[in-house]
Design a protein around this ligand. Structure first.
Ligand code: PMT
Length: 404
């Protein structure tokens, strides 16, 4: 979503200014162009050369510096911006913008910009709680400025409290959301992610290597595109995506109950979770002791969550994922038909560097009418957005059919 986007990043003077280097790196990695503006105080914390090197563009520091005005004037910078991000944003810059003061390069560019402005405040807790700061934020929000609130944690002053700049991943996610058309607005989507764990005894379980990355990427993409998202996830090490209702579960049966509970209010279900097909028939109440040379476990089938939804799907869209190691298309198509799905995303999990645990995936989209779209190896975020594009097309086709 940041590809080819023109981002103006304003950095103001706070200790979190050093984190701006990583923000620049992430935007560049996402294919965006970054133009950095630094206030004088920001330069006390991080050198303009660092940001110039990382962004590959000149860093603007002065309002009336001849060579910089020749390179790119402040009005041109404001016009060029598709989004303006201020991270970190001090109480000072928030106050200035709230009161229409434009007395340095950053506040002047903000005043001249028509693009959305996102601010990531970072300050001491007492400053953050100051009613003047809070009033300024409220008044800016009313005027359409966007904020990503600071979190709780260790502050530069040595205290702990609220005032730490939001996580970089969340700032990037919010930027992407502001730049993304809201084509899923008004839709409620249920996503499942991660593995399930089926206990053998109090300290052992049967599971699989799903990291949750694919499902979390789908949930994040949906949120960026305006959907109301419920994410039911097995155990993962991932941070919960912002503004997504996350429901943690452990076992296939717990996932089934959570899915069933939310199904009625859902328009679309996307099941990326790797659910156990079998679980131990009995869970030993005590730790199984080492003894005999071999140990047999009796397993029983879990209930097929998606299969059950397929039987009562009505007008809802059901999207499955299939993890296969052979006959990928044939087995995936079989699952699509058996579970009454609209689309199945098939991955060959035998391939190295994609599927379980990886940041990349290589998938084929298999539709109800047998159409197959083969995608190259792509980051899971990109696959998520392509999948959402295809869901929008399916919905348009279905509306067109109903009109006939
Ligand atoms: O989490 P990552 O590390 O990012 O990895 C992503 C992934 C490889 C897990 C993901 O891309 C993927 O392929 N997910 C589906 C894995 C799987 O369990 O496939 P399956 O072929 O066993 O199941 C087919 C479909 O039925 C799936 O949508 C599954 O959620 C669903 N199912 C399966 C069993 C069951 N008891 N109930 C179900 O609903």
């Amino acid at each position: 979503m940041l590809k080819d986007k023109q981002v103006v990043l304003g950095i103001t003077g706070g200790i979190a200014a050093y984190k701006a280097a990583e923000i620049v790196r992430q935007i560049v990695k996402g294919g965006g162009q970054v133009h950095v503006i630094m206030t004088r105080s920001a330069q006390e914390f991080i050198a303009p050369l660092t940001l110039q090197t990382l962004s590959g563009n000149p860093v603007t520091t002065e309002l009336f510096q001849l060579y910089q005005e020749r390179e790119i004037g402040h009005i041109a910078l404001a016009q060029r911006a598709q989004i303006l991000v201020i991270a970190p944003a001090t109480a000072n810059i928030i106050g200035k913008i709230a009161h229409g003061i434009a007395d340095d390069i950053l506040s002047t560019v903000v005043m001249a910009a028509k693009a959305p402005v996102l601010m990531a405040p970072a300050m001491n807790e007492a400053m953050w709680e100051n009613p003047i700061v809070q009033d300024n934020i409220r008044s800016l929000k009313k005027r359409g400025y966007h904020f990503i609130d600071p979190g709780w944690g260790d502050l530069a002053c040595g205290a702990q409290g609220t005032g730490r700049m939001a996580e970089i991943e969340d700032i990037i996610d919010e930027m992407a959301a502001l730049l993304t058309p809201k084509d899923f607005r008004g839709q409620k989507v249920l996503v499942t992610a991660g593995p399930t764990r089926e206990m053998l005894d109090p300290v052992r379980f049967i599971s699989n290597p799903s990291s949750g990355k694919m499902g979390f990427a789908v949930a994040r993409a949906l949120r960026q595109r305006g959907a109301q998202v419920t994410l039911i996830s097995g155990p993962t090490a991932l941070a919960p995506p912002r503004m997504v209702n996350v429901i943690p579960v452990q076992t296939a049966e717990e996932m089934r109950s959570a899915v069933q509970k939310h199904f009625a209010e859902t328009d679309i279900v996307i099941k990326t979770a790797a659910v156990a097909d079998y679980r131990p028939k009995k869970i030993s109440p005590e730790k199984i002791k080492k003894g005999a040379a071999s140990l047999s476990l009796e397993m029983e089938k879990t209930r097929d969550i998606l299969g059950e939804l397929g039987m009562k799907k009505g007008q809802k869209l059901l999207i499955g994922f299939a993890a296969e190691t052979r006959k990928v298309n044939a087995f995936a198509l079989e699952k699509l038909q058996k579970k009454n799905l609209d689309l199945i995303v098939a991955n060959d999990v035998g391939r190295k560097g994609s599927g379980f645990g990886s940041d990349m995936n290589e998938v084929r989209l298999i539709f109800r009418d047998g159409r197959v779209e083969t995608l190259p190896a792509l980051p899971k975020e990109e696959i998520a957005h392509i999948l959402l594009d295809r869901i929008i097309t399916l919905q348009k086709e279905s509306r067109a059919r109903k009109k006939k």
